[in-house]
Write a protein that binds this ligand. Sequence first.
Ligand code: BJW
Ligand code: ZN
Length: 253
Amino acid sequence: MESNAAPFSDTLVERLANARRVGVLTGAGVSAESGISTFRDAGGLWSKFKPGELANVEAFLNNPDLVQRWYQERRQISGAAQPNPGHYALAALEKEIPEFVLVTQNVDGLHARAGSQTIIELHGNIERNYCIDCLKSVAALDEIKEGQPAVCENCGGFVRPDVVWFGERLPATLLETAMGFATRADVFLSVGTSSVVYPAAELPLIARDYGAYVAEINREKTEIGHMLNETVLGSSGIVLPQLLEAVISLRKS
Ligand code: BJW
Ligand code: ZN
């Protein structure tokens, strides 16, 4: 029988327990156990569309109400969802580390709801909307009917979610802060992301180049896994609480 040994190395636990600066990058996998579909795993709610088909400005301009309804549905799902043990473990780990930055690609706001303090939302947040013409921010949208896109009260322009689509620049200051921290981190964790979307996927590689101990936590090894120190296979909602507990008990011993 398999032993119930931890899925991560002693080195990772020791490095975390002694780290001054820890950076974490999260992706959709971290919210999967809260019932939020990932982008690229099979069987998602919108799996008939590839992420690139809806998450770009051309798709929005060609079919604004379809894209608005996609976001409206996701907003309802994430609003009703609760953070899971993975989100809570990251919020608790932050309290153990002198300098901790959580960089997320997720737009669902669950890290903040779990109590994480220093969060960089690289791809925006679906709770916010703005007008593509006058850029005015727009509060919560009503139900969007087919063929009737939501428009700005001020100027009639289409309303879009405040997220980063393919081909759009990430918020420059946020990206610079995240990259800067990656260069200084002692340990960097990449959790629940397929690591195929750039520039976010560069962060663990930058951290590695600058000498951090870098581990990914995922249900499967990703494309960049071979360039990191360690791949921890498992669900983030299980692995992250185990890792937190291991760090705390090593500190006590
Ligand atoms: C679990 C689990 C569990 C499941 N536990 N794990 C360099 C090379 C090639 C291409 C490019 C490049 N640089 C830029 C590009 C182009 C492009 C890009 O990266 N393309 C590639 C896909 C080829 N990047 C961009 O366009 C970016 N912009 C840019 O670079 O601008 C430059 C510019 C310069 C000058 C002028 C103008 C522009 C923007 C990227 C924006 C991405 N946007 C989206 C949508 C956000 C809004 C929304 O949510 O709708 O972001 S796309 C989508 O992918 C979303 C996600 O944040 C992102 C990443 O997905 P993520 O989180 O990794 O999810 P999945 O589903 O892919 O993976 C889940 C993982 O979890 C899996 O591995 C599972 O195994 C795992 N898992 N359950 C642990 N319980
Ligand atoms: Zn407007």
